[in-house]
Design a protein around this ligand. Structure first.
Ligand SMILES: [Fe+2]
Length: 192
């Protein structure tokens, strides 16, 4: 594991610890509930697909950094997170060409930028982001009901749509790899 990855992980842990104390976001444990599983899937996929593991791990660690940092609009978190990632990695003297690769992973993890993803590393990070949601479904319901204050039906539809969107956004081979698991979850959680 590289020194840069270690330092970035420490920065993330610190930001998530602080965020966890904020009642505005329901004391959300961003590290354990999201970043950690995203990193786990991202590194696994990078190894499976022969991607650059360090770029992918940095991308996964940094992909949402603006959110636990409570910096910028949450709906534009891919922009703010890319900006923060670039700044932090530059301060750590990480090579500029590699910063560009990590930045792309962060900026293009957002569903709306799917058409811009053109590296294996970007797909590993965005696929991992989606897969991690399926390991933490209660958090999505918590977000719908406790943070967004939705009704029972609204929350159900909200979570269902988000998870279906996650499946739709997966790269073809990751979709194939997890197809039966994800379909089983959707069929069993959202019974019509
Ligand atoms: Fe994420």
């Amino acid at each position: 594991m590289s020194e840069t990855v270690d330092k970035i992980r420490d920065i993330l842990l610190e930001k998530c610890e602080r965020h966890k104390k904020n009642p505005k976001y329901g004391y959300y444990d961003y590290w354990n509930d999201h970043i950690k599983p995203v990193v786990k899937y991202a590194v696994y996929l990078a190894e499976q697909y022969g991607a650059d593991v360090e770029i992918v791990e940095l991308g996964a660690l940094l992909h949402d950094i603006s959110m636990p940092s409570e910096y910028g609009e949450r709906s534009e978190h891919h922009i703010y997170s890319a900006e923060m990632a670039e700044k932090l990695l530059t301060e750590l003297n990480y090579p500029q060409d590699r910063i560009g690769l990590v930045r792309k992973c962060v900026f293009n993890h957002a569903g709306r930028n799917a058409h811009l993803r053109d590296t294996l590393e970007e797909n590993c990070v965005s696929d991992a982001d989606a897969l991690a949601h399926f390991d933490r479904i209660p958090s999505l319901f918590c977000l719908a009901y406790n943070i967004h204050g939705m009704s029972l039906d609204e929350g159900r539809e909200y979570v269902k749509e988000r998870l279906q969107g996650d499946i739709n956004g997966l790269s073809e081979r990751t979709k194939l790899m997890y197809k039966s698991k994800l379909e089983a979850i959707m069929q069993n959680v959202f019974v019509d």
